[in-house]
Design a protein around this ligand. Structure first.
Ligand SMILES: Cc1ncc(COP(=O)(O)O)c(C=O)c1O
Length: 340
């Protein structure tokens, strides 16, 4: 989720470049000139949790102000995790959609900059910055791997991380790029259904999913544009699959290190396990014994109480079982990189 911080930094550097009428790059991030421009800027967003945290963190890093709109369904724990970075928290009655509407209304009134990973017509530049931020994790992963992966399974909400990773891998590896599978929650499978339809579709807003950070009902155009060209397969996993993935990461086999992955974090492994246990799926994506699979764990135990309920152990108990926080091999030959 650091990609949102990256986007905030890009916005501040861009504004400083405009105000000083000369190129300003990241090496000047902490100079008085950049700080003075940043202090006059307010970034804002509506969030379900992680997005707001990263935006607030980026704003704090550069000294900009941050206003975060949170809906009534957001837990106090998630709100506190954002407020910790000095963001002004604005509570909105209603659901996530209500907070998005309120955030864009107030931002327009106040002259705040909306930082969103979702694009809409005339709002594509900032989501593209966010995607560039995600692309950094591909370079980090490739640097640590002895050989490039043959397969990648990546969870999707609005599809920003997936699009950035797929796009960047294609650019870096060309014809040797891995088979790329995008994974949606079954209860919010907008990319999966869009792939089936051949164009972006909105899916029904049914029961909410435990994969809260992936709950998206219509893919934004920028992500769809990339994924419809770069993804090889789309899958949907059930809530039970996601929980099994979390448990498996917490209780690995054959001496593999344990990984604390939140409800939306371990979804890549959930999809890999599902595909690996189904000969038809395996065949379709060429998942054989020599596969080198990359998974990306996008969150830790963001809500520790829920984590304990689902996994049956506290994050600390799981962490105590392992040592390596980065690049953990699992029994399936898969790897995961902790982002948070
Ligand atoms: C933990 C976590 N994983 C995955 C995602 C999915 O990212 P995207 O919405 O870009 O598909 C999110 C989005 O907020 C997230 O918070």
């Amino acid at each position: 989720m650091r990609a949102l911080s990256y986007a905030v930094i890009r916005l501040v550097l861009e504004e400083t470049t405009r105000q000083l009428s000369r190129d300003v790059d990241v090496s000047e991030l902490h100079t008085p000139e950049v700080n003075s421009v940043a202090r006059g800027m307010t970034v804002s967003c509506a969030t379900d949790g992680n997005h707001g945290k990263s935006t607030a963190q980026g704003a704090q890093l550069v000294g900009a102000k941050c206003a975060t709109f949170v809906h009534s369904g957001l837990s106090n724990e998630r709100i506190a995790a954002i407020a910790r970075f000095g963001a002004q928290m604005i509570r909105v009655d209603g659901n996530y959609h209500d907070s998005v509407v309120q955030a864009s209304r107030v931002a327009a009134q106040e002259g705040w900059i909306t930082v969103s990973d979702t694009s809409w017509p005339d709002y594509e530049r900032i989501p593209r910055f966010v995607m560039q931020g995600y692309a950094a994790l591909v370079s980090e992963a490739l640097r640590q791997l002895p050989e490039p992966p043959t397969h990648v399974f990546i969870q999707a909400g609005v599809g920003g991380i997936a699009a950035a990773v797929a796009g960047h891998l294609s650019v870096l590896l060309g014809d040797d790029r891995p088979c790329f599978t995008v994974v949606d929650p079954s209860r919010a499978a907008c990319l999966f259904e869009s792939a089936r339809a051949g164009h972006p579709v909105e899916v029904d807003h049914g029961q909410s999913t435990v994969m809260a950070m992936l709950e998206c009902y219509e893919p934004p155009l920028v992500a769809w544009h990339f994924l419809s060209r770069t993804a090889d397969a789309f899958m949907a996993v059930d809530d039970e699959d996601a929980i099994s993935g979390m448990k498996r990461l917490a209780n690995p086999k054959h001496g593999d290190p344990a990984v604390v992955a939140g409800e939306s974090g371990g979804v890549g492994l959930a999809a890999l396990l599902k595909a690996a246990s189904d000969p038809t799926l395996r065949g379709k994506i060429g998942l054989g014994p020599n596969a080198r699979v990359v998974l990306i764990n996008t969150e830790g135990a963001t809500v520790p109480v829920l984590y304990e309920q689902l996994v049956g152990a506290t994050p600390a108990e799981v962490t105590a079982k392992h040592i390596k926080p980065v690049k953990n091999r699992t029994t399936d030959g898969a790897s995961s990189w902790g982002l948070l």
